[in-house]
Design a protein. Structure first.
Length: 276
């Protein structure tokens, strides 16, 4: 995924520079296929000196250059999440850690980054899909993902949640009450914005399902992550990403303001208390 992000950034920079692939190859003394392979993510381990040469040709300096060279080094190495590699079907932890902003919409469950251990465990245990021996490790990996919010250069999380996710009993009413009060506490985190779309908002642009839009430092394109019920789907197509920006803006505009959202979360937690 890091190599794909780097390739996408290099394609964009070349387009902004107004150069064709053959022109870049000629100026760098490379074969035309070398430029094409780099932009199509057909390289196994991108060479730092090659990326430096490309960035110099395109006039990329400062923070943008430093970021892309850092991404090049990371693309050559192994993810810090390798110990959980058997549990993840995609690069979500790395994407979250490297994003500058995460816009997420959840229709049926509390966002993974904001779940309690008991709530997450109940999710994994439902339906018998996750083997019992993997449940604890999956809970631990999900809790570890939240650490990105405490890193100084970590992402900002703007999370919009449908009221249905607050009402649905996952685990037990007691688990839900604790989850919602934890959610309310996380809303006070300086990197978290939490909004709720109430039932009376009616139909909206995100009714088709949950998604996350991850934004990265320029010139990298964003990525849309979709939950499919089987495994996450990651889409980098620019038109698709822009469409999801519009969808998120629409549902964001229908959500309650932060204070009213917290009031609804607290009242719903009280409702769960009565059933516990």
């Amino acid at each position: 995924m890091r190599r794909r992000r780097l390739s996408a950034a290099l394609r964009r920079l070349r387009a902004e520079a107004g150069l064709s692939s053959p022109e870049v190859a000629k100026r760098l003394g490379w074969s035309p296929t070398k430029v094409t392979r780099a932009e199509r993510n057909e390289w196994r381990r991108p060479a730092v000196k090659d990326v430096e040469a490309i960035l110099t040709l395109y006039g990329v300096e400062g923070e943008e250059r430093a970021h892309l060279l850092s991404l090049t080094e990371e693309a050559r190495g192994r993810s810090d999440w390798h110990k959980y590699a058997d549990l993840f079907t995609g690069p979500l932890p790395d994407l979250e850690a490297e994003a500058v902003r995460i816009h997420s919409y959840e229709a049926a469950v509390v966002p993974g980054l904001l779940q309690t251990p008991d709530y997450a465990s109940a999710i994994f245990e439902s339906g018998g899909i996750v083997p019992p021996e993997d449940t604890q490790r999956k809970v631990e990996s999900r809790m570890a993902r939240r650490s990105v919010l405490d890193v100084p250069n970590g992402p900002q999380l703007i999370s919009v949640i449908d009221e249905a996710a607050l009402r649905r009993v996952v685990g037990s009413p007691k688990v839900m009450a604790e989850q919602l009060r934890f959610l309310k506490g996380m809303a006070a985190h300086y990197k978290v914005t939490l909004l709720v779309v109430p039932f009376d908002a009616g139909a909206h642009t995100a009714l088709d399902g949950a998604f996350s839009l991850l934004e990265f430092p320029s010139p990298e394109p964003g990525i849309v992550s979709l939950s499919t019920g089987v495994e996450p789907l990651y889409v980098e197509d620019e038109a698709y990403i822009n469409r999801h920006r519009v969808i998120f803006e629409g549902v964001h505009n229908l959500a309650l303001d932060p204070k009213k959202s917290l009031d609804l979360i607290e009242s719903t937690a009280a409702d769960h208390d009565k059933r516990a």
